[in-house]
Design a protein around this ligand. Sequence first.
Ligand code: NDP
Length: 234
Amino acid sequence: MGRSVLVTGGARGIGLAVARELAAAGDAVTVTHRGGDPPGDLTAVPCDVTREDDVRAAFLRVARSQGPVEVLVANAGVTRHGPLALSGDDSAGVVADTNLGGVIRVARYAVRGMMRMRRGRIVLMSSAAAWRGMAGQAVYAATKAGLVGFGRSLAREVAPLGVTVNIVAPGFIDVGMTAAMPPAQRDEALAAVPLGRYGTAEEVAKVVRFLAGEDASYLTGAVIPVDGGFGMGH
Ligand code: NDP
């Protein structure tokens, strides 16, 4: 059996492509899901990352079935489209507690095990929205920018233990959130991408596989854009 991998939100979208990429590379991969039909080709555990009990239970189940998590891909995320002026605290709270709170929760459990093993890889799923900014996505962008500060601080904390923490920042990927954008906003988005097309979930997954692998052994605290040039390296 390969390394023990957990991908949050790995039952669909970008997370599913990441999970399949790592499984194809020989890792033992578990994905989290919140109901529905999880993919039949992967092990799935129920987990809402806003719930501490769920996160604890998911890590226990993974440890029992495939060993303590050696690679965490903190991918689960949500957004709510709309101007800030028209939004309420409820929607901001859900976005913050999922995208930032959820990542903090899963990372905490992951590093505890990794500290004991003295090895590990953590990859956080941010977004180009974090530094480009995006109208209608202010809270989402704030949480994704927050992941950079969180990830880089954690990277410094755990580097002496042989654990790396890196951040992937996709631009417009042709699944999930981008696919759900209003058509006019999608067209506007595409016009801002130098490579002139949306990215694929598989293109993000290959970068995650690199960061999670041996070839990235001297990389930590990095933010890697996968955005067709949308952010020109930022
Ligand atoms: P999807 O909407 O397709 O998938 C989101 C995933 O997150 C789902 O698997 C969902 O689980 C999971 N999730 C949401 N809330 C929770 C929660 N509270 N607890 C556990 N899991 C949760 O989105 P994408 O695949 O597009 O996005 C994946 C990540 O990539 C996100 O973090 C997103 O911000 C980021 N990203 C996406 C971009 C894009 O263009 N698509 C661009 C930049 C960043 P469930 O199936 O149970 O609902």
